[in-house]
Design a protein around this ligand. Structure first.
Ligand code: ATP
Ligand code: MG
Length: 429
């Protein structure tokens, strides 16, 4: 048994090959069936001629609809009209399981494709996205391993809200209330005192009520935290990590990227250092471009798009005003209105993929900020403890995996960066 990718390499030209997979499209005319077969590695045309296959094969072969599971044996031959320029002339065509009429045909509404998501993920585009995402994850995992980071497993059920208490998912936890994690940051911060450099890949849950093309209610969050690392070094880690992820995608998923109309070379030309711009400079640039923003305005999708749409490489925006960011960030000694933080914006208009900062080490500043935003200190005592017993300068960040996939795969909507998207409108299938 060969993979279709192996078959399409052509090395078995003129020789017998055997494949198994699913019918991608099929038509028959007279005594011949042209069936394109798909497996996880690609598609290849097969021709089934009456008389060339056992008699009991031909009827089922001509009746089998798309998505029927099949096993095919035959001789690999050249054919200019076939995808990849090759076809298998079948000597045997077994229908392992016929398919009922497949509910997805060529032109379907977005809603139908979401209702039938468990079937739509078989599409070539979705398969490509899934593989590219896996390649990016492999790149990240290798980078962390090579750089002495320890992969850790933080909890997903918590009592605190590191980011934004308005987007917490509340759950019944025995006879009290708990929340689904929005970020593993606080737990990662706790682990740096033993492991120094840690990272985790976990789902983060955010009850994002507004429907945007870049927010999911559940997404995969790649987070790192490291002791003795300041915000500049934190940004260097981000540059190297992102570059390693892009490199893995470009090297391992050429065909998949091309299928999605992403030139792998455009990813390969991204390398450290990335451009940097302060929040203040971003305001100037936006104002010059006609955006109605002023100091204190948040950078949303529109502003980030304006900042990045002409760019081909990522951009760091650094030193945001404190009122726009969470309480745990380190005050910028050069401008106490701002934090030592950065957001990394993907080019071509895609916008934020990472949020990172140096962390505040002064408990009294954090207590003041928590009081200011009306948080009860009770839930944060353990977090504040971390600054009492040998506190050290440290930094970290969170990368939204589906945000990065949306950019790399040139998707219009983040829901296509994950097989089973969870949004305000959808939790089925
Ligand atoms: P935004 O302003 O876009 O809502 P955020 O400031 O809430 O983002 P962070 O809390 O810094 O984001 O989270 C870290 C990263 O997680 C972000 O840079 C982004 O890549 C990703 N992210 C945040 N919220 C979502 C979401 N709802 N769906 C998918 N990814 C998200
Ligand atoms: Mg948010």
């Amino acid at each position: 048994m060969q993979s279709i990718k192996q078959v399409l390499s052509g090395e078995s030209l003129g020789q017998p090959v055997s494949i198994r997979g699913w019918i991608y499209r099929t038509r028959s005319s007279g005594g011949i069936v042209f069936a394109v077969i798909r497996d996880s590695s690609g598609i290849v045309q097969t021709t089934v001629k009456k008389g060339d296959v056992p008699d009991e094969n031909f009827g089922p072969a001509s009746n089998a609809g798309i998505e029927s599971a099949v096993e095919v044996e035959g001789i690999l031959a050249e054919d200019d009209r076939a995808p990849g320029g090759l076809e298998i002339r079948a000597s045997s065509f077994k229908v392992v399981a016929p398919s009922e009429p497949f509910p997805i045909t060529e032109y379907q509404s977005t809603e139908l494709l979401l209702d039938k998501r468990h079937l739509w993920i078989r599409s070539r585009e979705q398969t490509a996205v899934t593989k590219i995402k896996a390649a990016m994850l492999r790149g990240a995992r290798e980078w962390f391993h090579e750089n002495d980071y320890v992969e850790v497993t933080p909890p997903m059920i918590t009592a605190v809200a590191p980011e934004d208490s308005t987007t917490l998912f509340q759950i019944k936890y025995f006879d009290r209330i708990a929340y689904l994690s929005q970020s593993a940051q606080f737990y990662l911060e706790s682990l740096i005192y033993s492991c120094e450099r840690v990272w985790a890949l976990t789902p983060s849950f955010r009850a994002e009520k507004s429907r945007t093309p870049r927010h999911l209610a559940e997404y995969w969050h790649l987070e790192m935290e490291a002791a003795w690392v300041n915000n500049d070094d934190n940004m260097k880690v981000q540059e190297e990590l992102v570059t390693a992820m892009l490199e893995h995608a470009a090297a391992g998923c050429r065909a998949e990227l091309q299928l999605l109309k992403r030139d792998p070379a455009s990813l390969r030309k991204i390398s450290p250092p990335f451009d940097r711009m302060s929040y203040a400079e971003a305001m100037d640039s936006l104002q010059a471009g006609g955006c109605e923003v002023s100091w204190g305005s948040d950078l949303g999708a529109v502003e980030e798009r304006a900042l990045t749409k002409e760019r081909e490489t990522p951009l760091f925006v650094v030193n945001y005003p404190k009122e726009l960011k969470p309480f745990y960030m380190k005050e910028n000694p050069e401008d106490s209105r701002t934090y030592k933080n950065s957001d990394l914006l993907a080019p071509e208009g895609y916008g934020e993929i990472i949020g990172g900062s140096e962390r505040e080490t002064d408990n009294s500043l954090m207590v003041d900020r928590l009081k200011e935003i009306g948080e009860s200190l009770e839930n944060y005592q353990w977090y504040l403890d971390l600054r009492k017993y040998g506190s050290v300068p440290h930094s970290g960040f969170g990368l939204g995996l589906e945000r990065m996939v949306t950019w790399v795969c040139r998707l219009e909507h983040i829901r296509d960066a994950t097989p089973f998207p969870r949004t305000v409108a959808r939790v089925y299938p």
